[in-house]
Design a protein around this ligand. Structure first.
Ligand SMILES: Nc1ncnc2c1ncn2[C@@H]1O[C@H](COP(=O)(O)OP(=O)(O)O)[C@@H](O)[C@H]1O
Ligand SMILES: [Mg+2]
Length: 277
């Protein structure tokens, strides 16, 4: 990699090289990342791997180091709970893994695809085909019904399930024609989850999905995420402030000051209903 990026761009090179290095760069990066990934152990089971993943926002004295060399592996089909104080870099990590933001240094792979060497178009395709997002606020279109909100996604996805089925998975089969204003907060979050899973993503990223909900509604939403994981096999990453949520995870990652403090594997995750907070 080192050698390729320092390829001399002098006149002699340009004259005999039929296609510019710039236009070949994504293909070379893809080739190198596939070869590297294929030769790694556990390549078949890891959903994500990162190596020295770092992120700096801003420059000079105002620079913020949001991620400080994160090395991480997440298995396919896991529920992962990411815990840590506000400002510790959780959303930054999730946004880079979800293709919403770019790392400053280091690498991240989804399966065998190297996210950190993708161009904008490939990242867009990655987001569209492979990942769903759920945020604290539901971001529904107020003038569309629950079904129509989900159809916004199913109309453009490659391999969607129907909006009705997605709303069934989250337990909203009886509210298809309701508008967001006619739904409770928990029900609106269910619509947002249905919208995220309708394209059958391999991964669901949830950034504080219960942050705006009371505890019993929050538990019900966590139960929906657990159902999605069980029924559809989706890898689910949940960022939360509520440490008790760790009990339902297969893998718990404690984050502090832009770095992983510890990773804990949970052999006996409990049902979300049993979470006490
Ligand atoms: N777009 C941004 N520009 C500048 N600083 C940012 C930006 N996003 C996050 N940060 C900073 O990076 C650090 C980590 O933020 P974040 O990943 O949102 O933490 P968390 O999700 O754990 O609360 C914080 O200090 C935050 O202020
Ligand atoms: Mg955050």
């Amino acid at each position: 990699m080192q050698q390729i990026s320092s390829f001399p761009r002098n006149q002699a090179r340009r004259s005999w090289f039929p296609i510019g290095y710039r236009s070949l760069k994504p293909a070379i990066a893809w080739l190198i990342s596939s070869v590297m990934s294929d030769s790694r152990e556990k390549a078949e089971t890891a959903a994500f791997r990162t190596r020295n993943l770092s992120k700096v926002y801003g420059t000079g004295r105002s620079a913020v180091r949001a991620l400080r060399g994160v090395d991480l592996e997440i298995g396919r089909g896991e529920i992962v709970v990411l815990l840590g104080p506000s400002g510790s870099g959780k959303s930054t990590l999730l946004n880079i893994l979800g293709g919403l933001d770019r790392a400053s240094e280091g690498d991240a792979w989804f399966d065998t695809q190297c996210l950190t060497s993708m161009n904008d178009r490939d990242l867009t395709r990655y987001r569209r085909n492979h990942v769903g997002f759920v945020f604290q606020f539901y971001n529904l279109m107020p003038s569309l019904t629950a079904r129509e909100n989900v159809e916004l996604v199913t109309e453009i996805a490659e391999n969607p399930i129907t909006a009705d089925k997605a709303l069934g998975v989250v337990g909203l089969g009886q509210r298809l024609d309701h508008f967001p204003a006619q739904l409770s907060g928990g029900e609106q979050q269910r619509v947002a989850i249905a919208r995220a899973i309708a394209k059958q993503p391999e991964v669901l990223f949830c950034d504080e999905p219960t942050g705006a909900l009371d505890s019993s509604t929050g538990r019900a939403i966590l139960r929906v995420l657990q159902d999605v994981n069980k029924k559809l096999g989706t890898t689910v990453l949940i960022i939360t402030h509520a440490a008790a949520t760790a009990a339902m995870a297969h893998r718990v990652i404690n984050f502090a000051d832009g770095a992983i403090q510890d990773v804990h594997l949970n052999k006996t995750p409990i049902d979300a209903e049993g979470i006490e907070w």
